[in-house]
Design a binder for this molecule. Sequence first.
Ligand SMILES: Cc1ncc(COP(=O)(O)O)c(C=O)c1O
Length: 417
Amino acid sequence: MTTQDIARLPEHGIALPELERMLADAGRDDVDWRNGRVPMFIHFAGDDVLEVAKKAYLMYFSENGLGPRAFGSLAKFEREVVQMGLGLLHGDAQARGAMTTGGTESIFLAVKCARDRALQKRPGMGKPRIVMPHSAHPAFDKAAHFLGLEAVRTPLGEDLCADVAAMRAAITPDTAMLVGSAPSYPHGVVDPIPAIAALAREHGLWMHVDACVGGYFAPFARELGADIPDFDFKVEGVTSISADLHKYGYTAKGASTLFFADPESFALMGYYFDDWPRGQYFTHTLVGTRPGGAIAAAWAVMNYLGHEGYLRVAARVIATRRAMQAGLDPLGMHTFGRPELSIFAFGSPERDMAAVGKGMSARGWTVGYSNVPPGIHHMLNLTHEPVVGQYLADMKAVLADPSTKASAGSGRIDAVY
Ligand SMILES: Cc1ncc(COP(=O)(O)O)c(C=O)c1O
């Protein structure tokens, strides 16, 4: 970088038309997610849904979720979003929740509450531990790192789901929390939540279900016949659930929900302070200022889609996954495990999957990789629906290239998220 490249605050402001040009220019080399060639980061449920989210966001663009006293609107939206989420996830009258700014914040808070519960119950304990399957999201390790816990990952079973016996074996007197995913991000499979919750109950541990991906998808997939175990508050022993609105809630980014089975567990994340000149300060969640737009957009999209709308989108996403799997299978590209929701990964030991990915990249597809097993990863949305045929045709062409055959040394992929 030369000195000329260093951005400086302009002496005089730039007019909006010029700024609009600059903004558009800056994104010229970004991937065009609308063309269905990006397998992650985006959860598109139609232009109409996007329009609802944007309108609601802009209407509450300046309002701040930190101030429910000033913005009764946002307090109402959040209350109703939480109630709708708890309705989907079988929370009873005791269940509580709050909106956060994303899956990572929800997970941080769940880890914090589990840690505090364990320290309350066992004052002399060592460094609290989280025991979780190898497929759990890195946000748990990040939270453990920031909050002074130790994260322990246990091997998966053959089905790529949590191996509950391995989790049992990893429990020590310092264990504070067990985790299961619904579904896991790497393979899209749902862990055996009832068995993990039973283990948590047996040892008096906090049990968190990471439904950041599935919280607003799995309930509808189940209605459509998806064969997945109970994963929510129906399961006795589940203490908390994270469910992201900005994923399959299809709302604006900066929105997740964190739910608790009971008010005592919920209370552990509240923070109160008043030893400063400005008086009482209280938040339920980690951040202070919260984007009013993200709260309003979540409320608006949930009410816009309704049960029927979510069901309809879920059916189309599942049909897209099935069409991709059905086309990939005859090409020798087999799905890992038995995913029933919106994520799947595939590969073959007979192929150098890094070379396959490179071939797909050369044909204009952004490729998400899986490390274990080596493969290609998709988190689907409606942008993918129209391009399944093209994807399969390109895959067939890539596999015709002999350089994609596995050779000594191929196998390991250093996947970047
Ligand atoms: C299973 C799972 N949990 C948690 C997260 C973290 O969510 P966020 O990126 O919103 O912080 C993700 C993100 O993809 C995820 O897939």
